[in-house]
Ligand binder design. Structure first.
Ligand SMILES: *Cc1c(COP(=O)(O)O)cnc(C)c1O
Length: 403
C-alpha cells in the first residue's frame, strides 16, 4: 500500500485493471444495504431501474438548462408529479441535492419574502427568527448560520410533536418563518401541520414543512387507510414542502425536492447567471445533476402511487413487527411508530453500552439525541429475516447483561 501510494502521488497513468482493483479494495470497506446490517440510515439501495436511468443522463447539467431542455422538462414533470401527491396543481420548485439544500432554499425564500414585505434592503440579520420544533433536522442550523437568523426551538408535547401553544407565544415581529416536520428524523413523528397552517395564516407568516423523510410515505400510506395527519398543501398556510426521493423514493443519491406554492418564492431567491443559457438561477448549487431528475422520473412512473403504497406498507409491517418484538423483550419503546422508525432503550442497560454490544455483533444503529435511545429506520433493504436475526442477538445481549 505504502509503495502504491507513492506511485499514486506522482500521478502517473495506470491501467484500468489496476484502477478497478484498487477501487474494489476501498469499496470492500463499505457496508452494503443488501447485507441488512445498516439499521440506522434513511437511505436505501436504489432500485436497479433508477441506477440504469441515472447512467444514461450523467452528462446533463441542470445548472445550464438551456443546453438540456429535455432534462429540464423531466425535472419539471418530477416536481409536478410529486406536487400531485401533496395536493398542489401548479407547483414551482427544483430537484436538488437533498433535504438540506431544499430546507436552505425554503429559508432563503422566507427571509427574502419577509424583507420584501417589510421593505428591508440590507441584511439587518441578527433580528430574524425562525420558529421550529426541537426535533427539527440539523440542516436548519446550517441555514441559520448561512442566512443569519435565530432559531427559536419549540418544546415537544407528550407525543413528541411541536407544541402549538408555544408556537403562538413565540411569534413576534421578527418571525420570518415557522417550520413543521412531517416525519421527524429521529422518531418519524408528524407535527400538527393543520394547526400550524392556521397560525401561519392568522399571522401572515411563511410556513415550511420538512417532509424530507415522511413525504414519500405518508400520502401513500393514507391511500391504503393509515389515517396519518394531513401535512400537505391542502392546508392553505403551507408555503413550501421539502421531500426527498433518495430516502423512501428508492432513487439514487442526490435527489431531494423543494416544492413551492407560489412562483414568487422561487423568484425571491434567484440571482442573475449572465454567462449561462438561462439568465436566472435559484438553487444553491450551480452545476447540478440532471441524472437524478431522470432517475426519479423513472421511479415515479414505474412505481406509481400503488407501488409506493406497497413499499411503505411493507416497511410498516416490519416496523410493527420489530416494535412488538422489542416490547415483548422488555425494551422501552420511546413512542408508538407513526412511520417506519423504531426508537427504544432498556430500563436496565445504559444506551451507550447497549449500542456497543449491538455494534460488536456487526449491526449499525444510530442514536437519538432527544430522548436518548437507539434508533432503527426500517428501510426497504431491511427484511423480516434481518429483524429476526437482530432480535436473536438482542436476546443474547440481554443475557450478557444479566437482565
Ligand atoms: C434526511 C432529512 C433531512 C436532510 O436531508 P438530506 O437529504 O440528508 O440533505 C432534512 N429533514 C429531515 C426531516 C430529514 O429526515
Amino acid at each position: 500500500m505504502e509503495q502504491s501510494n507513492d506511485h499514486m502521488m506522482k500521478n502517473e497513468p495506470f491501467e484500468e485493471e489496476y484502477i478497478f482493483e484498487k477501487l474494489k479494495e476501498f469499496k470492500s470497506q463499505d457496508l452494503t444495504y443488501s447485507s441488512g446490517r445498516i439499521l440506522g440510515s434513511m437511505c436505501s439501495e436504489p432500485h436497479p431501474l433508477s441506477k440504469k436511468v441515472h447512467m444514461d443522463f450523467l452528462e446533463s447539467n441542470l445548472g445550464d438548462p438551456g443546453l438540456f431542455e429535455g432534462t429540464k422538462a423531466i425535472e419539471e414533470e418530477v416536481i409536478k408529479m410529486i406536487a400531485s401527491f401533496l395536493s398542489l396543481d401548479r407547483p414551482y420548485g427544483n430537484v436538488v441535492t437533498g433535504g438540506s439544500e431544499a430546507n436552505i432554499m425554503a429559508m432563503r425564500s422566507a427571509r427574502n419574502l419577509y424583507k420584501e414585505k417589510n421593505g428591508i434592503k440590507n441584511q439587518t440579520a441578527e433580528s430574524f427568527e425562525v420558529i421550529l420544533p426541537k426535533s427539527a433536522h440539523f440542516s436548519f442550523k446550517k441555514a441559520s448560520d448561512m442566512l443569519s437568523f435565530k432559531l427559536i426551538e419549540i418544546d415537544l408535547d407528550d407525543e413528541y410533536r411541536m407544541d402549538v401553544e408555544s408556537v403562538k407565544e413565540s411569534i413576534n415581529k421578527n418571525t420570518i418563518a415557522i417550520v413543521g416536520v412531517a416525519g421527524t428524523t429521529e422518531l418519524g413523528i408528524i407535527d400538527p401541520i393543520e394547526e400550524l397552517s392556521k397560525i401561519a395564516i392568522d399571522n401572515d407568516i411563511y410556513l415550511h414543512v420538512d417532509a424530507a423523510f415522511g413525504g414519500f410515505s405518508i400520502p401513500f400510506l393514507n391511500d391504503i387507510g393509515y389515517n396519518l395527519p394531513n401535512f400537505d398543501f391542502s392546508n392553505e398556510g403551507v408555503s413550501s414542502i421539502t421531500i426527498d426521493p433518495h430516502k423512501m423514493g428508492l432513487t439514487v443519491i442526490p435527489a431531494g425536492c423543494i416544492v413551492y406554492r407560489k412562483k414568487n418564492y422561487l423568484d425571491l431567491i434567484s440571482v442573475d447567471s449572465p454567462y449561462l443559457t438561462v439568465k436566472k438561477q435559484s438553487t444553491i448549487v450551480g452545476t447540478r445533476s440532471g441524472a437524478t431528475s431522470a432517475a426519479t422520473w423513472a421511479m415515479l412512473k414505474y412505481m406509481g402511487r400503488e407501488g409506493y403504497s406497497e413499499l411503505a406498507n411493507g416497511c410498516m409491517i416490519n416496523t410493527n413487527f420489530l416494535a412488538d418484538a422489542l416490547f415483548k423483550e422488555g425494551f422501552n419503546l420511546i413512542t408508538k411508530p407513526q412511520l417506519n422508525i423504531v426508537s427504544f432503550n432498556h430500563p436496565k442497560i445504559e444506551t451507550n453500552d447497549l449500542v456497543k454490544s449491538i455494534e460488536d455483533k456487526s449491526w449499525k444503529v444510530s442514536i437519538t439525541s432527544y430522548p436518548r435511545a437507539i434508533r432503527i429506520v426500517v428501510m426497504p433493504h431491511i427484511k423480516h429475516t434481518h429483524l429476526m436475526e437482530f432480535m436473536r442477538d438482542l436476546r443474547e445481549i440481554k443475557k450478557e447483561f444479566d437482565v
